[in-house]
Design a protein around this ligand. Structure first.
Ligand SMILES: Nc1ncnc2c1ncn2[C@@H]1O[C@H](COP(=O)(O)OP(=O)(O)O)[C@@H](O)[C@H]1O
Ligand SMILES: [Mg+2]
Length: 122
């Protein structure tokens, strides 16, 4: 489903990812672990298309997304769920969830999601 091969990412002369390989199968959950400064955020930014890759490839299913823009990667099925404050802070919770609907093809938030927020269930 997600294939990363020989991924090299650098900030100028400073290479942070030195040829990373991993694959994620459908239904599989992969945790990327490493102490502070090891390159986890750099990896996520490269997967999202925020940082360019020096070499290597990233594919989602049959689509090679290595040089694609972030919005094109979303169309290919890649999504990023940020932690903490990395949300659209001027939008409501519901509006933030709605931003993820694009990939699903739905027009409205699935009803069961409101169950996660008992205080505002309709
Ligand atoms: N914008 C940047 N410019 C230069 N070096 C950076 C930048 N962002 C992160 N780094 C360096 O890249 C390395 C990996 O950082 P990062 O991906 O944030 O690690 P992690 O998320 O695993 O804590 C660190 O050595 C960090 O100092
Ligand atoms: Mg980090």
């Amino acid at each position: 489903m997600l294939n990363v091969t020989g991924l090299r990412v650098a900030y100028g002369q400073s290479e942070v990812l030195h040829g990373l390989d991993f694959a994620v199968a459908p239904g599989e959950i992969v945790a990327i672990m490493g102490r502070n400064g090891m390159g986890k955020t750099t990896l996520m930014k490269a997967l999202m298309g925020i940082l360019p890759v020096k070499s290597g490839a990233v594919s989602v299913g049959d689509a090679d997304v290595t040089t694609k823009k972030s919005f094109e990667r979303v169309a290919d099925g890649l999504a990023y769920v940020p932690q903490g404050r990395m949300i659209f802070s001027t939008m409501t919770v519901e509006e933030n969830i709605e931003t993820g609907l694009t990939v699903t093809g739905r027009k409205t938030v699935p009803g069961d999601i409101y169950g996660c927020f008992p205080c505002c269930s309709t």
